[in-house]
Each structure stands twice: as structure tokens, then as C-alpha cells.
Design a protein around this ligand. Structure first.
Ligand SMILES: [Zn+2]
Length: 145
């Protein structure tokens, strides 16, 4: 289900308080495994050797709940959009992907944002992390609506 509207008619006969005008951020995460190497100034630095990580990506969509609606975005749509990028990145050698020749967390954030913003115009955040290393990087995007 990817509809962005909900039936807000209460089923129980109780009336739910309106969310109209409140701003929320909703987010969804997915994981991928990938290999990469970086280009450190010291050629003997371990980042320069081919190695792999378990990555997590989280996208955030922010906005005001529109009158007559009960959510900012459909989590199912966030999941579909995330799958579109993790299908490309999972078990990939990131350096071989166009735009990720130097795959730092910062560049991975931008690469993902460029692709998911097409389907999620209210995208306001992309976080890419390596949980096993307690490392993360967040790209913040301006509110678009
Ligand atoms: Zn690495």
C-alpha cells in the first residue's frame, strides 16, 4: 500500500483530535552490507585497503499534517523508496558505483538523498551509519513544504 491518504473517519464513533497544523518527522531505516576503500593520504592507512561494513541508512520526512489526514508520510512508501537504494548498495563494491568513487559516509548520504528525494519531496534527513563502529553521518536538507 503506497497511498498517502488515510480514512480519518473514526470507526468507534469517538472523534480523534485533529493533527492539522502540527509538524512531525517520520523516519524509516534499512540496512545493507557493502565493501569499499578510501584514499587516505597515508597509503598504508587501513582505510585504503578493501574492507566491508554493515551500513544502516535512515531517511526522515518532515512536514505538517494536512487537514483531513492523519500522517505525514506512508511508512510503506518510505520502505519502498529505501529498498530502491539498498537493492543497489547491498553486497556492492561501493567504489564501482557511479557517484560513489570515493565512498565516505558523507558522499553515501548525498548519493542516497539524490535518489530518494525524487519520490519523497518532503525528505529532510538522510543518516548513514556503521553501527558496529558507532559512527554516523547525517545530511540535513531544507524543508520543502
Ligand atoms: Zn570503511
Amino acid at each position: 500500500m503506497t497511498s498517502e491518504t488515510l480514512n480519518t473517519e473514526p470507526k468507534s464513533g469517538l472523534s480523534a483530535p485533529s493533527l492539522s497544523g502540527k509538524t512531525f518527522e517520520v523516519s524509516r531505516a534499512a540496512s545493507f552490507e557493502a565493501a569499499h576503500h578510501l584514499a587516505p593520504k597515508d597509503p598504508n592507512h587501513p582505510y585504503g585497503k578493501l574492507h566491508g561494513h554493515s551500513f544502516q541508512v535512515e531517511i526522515g520526512v518532515s512536514g505538517v499534517v494536512q487537514a483531513g489526514e492523519d500522517w505525514v508520510a506512508d511508512f510503506a512508501k518510505l520502505g519502498d523508496v529505501l529498498k530502491g537504494v539498498t537493492d543497489v548498495l547491498d553486497h556492492a563494491y561501493l567504489n564501482e558505483i557511479e557517484g560513489l568513487e570515493l565512498p565516505t559516509l558523507e558522499r553515501i548520504c548525498v548519493w542516497i538523498a539524490d535518489r530518494v528525494a525524487v519520490d519523497l519531496p518532503r525528505l529532510t534527513r538522510v543518516t548513514v551509519s556503521r553501527p558496529s563502529l558507532s559512527e554516523s553521518c547525517t545530511l540535513r536538507l531544507g524543508p520543502t513544504s
